[in-house]
Design a protein around this ligand. Structure first.
Ligand code: DAH
Length: 345
C-alpha cells in the first residue's frame, strides 16, 4: 500500500508538471484528489490493515495528498501568472513605433499680416476698432467730406443695397463712427482692419472684396511729422529696417493735405526693377491730415484738435512681403498655397 501511494504521488506530480493550462491542471486535481480518485480507492483498503499500520498509512496518505495539493497550488499560481503575463505581452504598446502625423493648420497669410500690423500699433497705444460691412452712405461718404454727387465718389465703384445703404468701399467710415462716439473729446488712437467691397472685375491685382486697415489719431497738436514718424516705424517694422519711405502729394477728400507713401523697393534696393516699374519705389498706402470738415462733422473742434489718418491694403502688403503675384491666391484657399505660410517652419 505504501509503494502504491508513493507511485500515485509520483504519477500525480508528473502530470501536474505536464499540465499546460488551468483546465488540464483541474483534471489532474479531480483525478487524483477527487472522491473517485485512486488515493481514495487505496484508503478504502485500510480496513484490512493491522491496527499498528493503519495510522502510519493514514499519515502517509495525508502526506501524499498534502504534497499533491501543494504542488497543484504552486502550479496553479504559476499558470495564472503566466496567463496574466501573456495577456500583458499581447497588449503592450510599442511606443517607438512612428505615429500617424496630426495635420496641423496655420494662419491665413492675410491674418498673419493683419495681426502683425495690429500688434505693432497696439504697441504704440492704438486700440483696434470695428465697424459694419453693410454701411450707411452717410458714414461711407458724406461724413468723410464726400457729399452726394461729389466726383471723387467715382473713385470707388460701390455695391448699393438701397439708396442710403451700401457695402462699405473702404474702412474709413469707422473713422467717422469712432469720432462720433468720442463726442468731440480727444485723444483718439485706433486702427481698424476689415473687409471692403468694390465693383471691380477680379484680376491679378483687383478683387471685388478685399481687406483694408485704417488708422486714425486725433489729439491736440498732431502734425504731419507725427504721421511721417508713425509711417516710418510701420514700414521698417513690416518690411525691414533698411527700407526708406517717401511721401508724395496726393488727393483724398477726407484729408488735407493728402499723401501717398512709397517704400524703397526691396527687390532692387531702390535701383529700379520690374517689380517697382523701374522707379525704385513701391506705393503702399494713402494718408493725410484729417480734413477740418471731417472733424467738425463728427463733433470735434477743428481749431483745438487735429489728426492724421491712413489706409492700407493687407493683400498688397502680403504680396510684397511674401512675393505673391496674384491677389486671387488669397481667396481660392488652395491648400498648397496656404501651407507655405506655416509659422513653425
Ligand atoms: N480710404 C482710402 C481708400 O480706400 C484709403 C485712405 C487714404 C484712408 C487716406 C485714409 C487716408 O484714412 O487718410 O482708398
Amino acid at each position: 500500500m505504501e509503494s502504491r501511494l508513493k507511485e500515485l504521488q509520483l504519477e500525480a506530480l508528473k502530470k501536474i508538471d505536464e499540465a499546460i493550462d488551468l483546465k488540464q491542471l483541474n483534471e489532474v486535481r479531480v483525478a487524483y484528489l477527487g472522491k473517485k480518485g485512486p488515493i481514495t480507492e487505496v484508503l478504502r483498503g485500510m480496513g484490512k490493515l493491522s491496527a499498528e499500520e493503519r495510522p502510519k498509512m493514514g499519515a502517509l496518505a495525508n502526506e501524499v495528498r498534502g504534497e499533491i495539493g501543494q504542488s497543484l497550488e504552486k502550479k496553479q499560481s504559476k499558470l495564472e501568472r503566466d496567463a496574466v503575463e501573456k495577456q500583458l505581452a499581447s497588449e503592450t504598446i510599442d511606443v517607438t513605433l512612428p505615429g500617424s502625423p496630426v495635420k496641423e493648420g496655420n494662419h491665413h497669410p492675410l491674418t498673419r499680416v493683419i495681426e502683425e500690423i495690429e500688434d505693432l500699433f497696439i504697441g504704440m497705444g492704438y486700440q483696434v476698432a470695428e465697424g459694419p460691412e453693410v454701411e450707411k452712405d452717410y458714414y461711407n461718404f458724406e461724413a468723410l467730406n464726400l457729399p452726394k454727387g461729389h466726383p471723387a465718389r467715382d473713385m470707388q465703384d460701390s455695391f448699393y443695397i438701397t439708396e442710403e445703404i451700401l457695402l462699405r468701399t473702404h474702412t474709413s467710415p469707422v473713422q467717422a463712427r469712432t469720432m462720433e462716439k468720442h463726442a468731440g473729446e480727444g485723444p483718439v488712437k485706433i486702427i481698424c482692419p476689415g473687409k471692403v467691397y468694390r465693383r471691380d472685375s477680379d484680376d491679378a491685382t483687383h478683387s471685388h472684396q478685399f481687406m483694408q486697415i485704417e488708422g486714425l489719431v486725433i489729439d491736440e497738436n498732431i502734425s504731419m511729422s507725427d504721421l511721417k514718424g508713425t509711417l516710418q516705424v510701420f514700414a521698417k517694422k513690416i518690411f525691414g529696417e533698411e527700407r526708406e519711405i517717401r511721401l508724395r502729394p496726393s488727393f483724398f477728400p477726407f484729408t488735407e493735405p493728402s499723401v501717398e507713401m512709397d517704400i524703397s523697393c526691396k527687390m532692387c534696393d531702390g535701383k529700379g526693377c520690374s517689380v517697382c516699374k523701374r522707379t525704385g519705389w513701391i506705393e503702399i498706402l494713402g494718408a493725410g491730415m484729417v480734413h477740418p470738415n471731417v472733424l467738425e462733422m463728427a463733433g470735434f473742434d477743428s481749431k483745438k484738435y487735429s489728426g492724421f489718418a491712413f489706409g492700407m491694403g493687407p493683400e498688397r502688403i502680403a504680396m510684397l512681403k511674401y512675393g505673391v503675384d496674384d491677389i486671387r491666391h488669397f481667396y481660392t484657399n488652395d491648400i498648397r498655397f496656404l501651407k507655405q505660410f506655416h509659422e513653425h517652419e
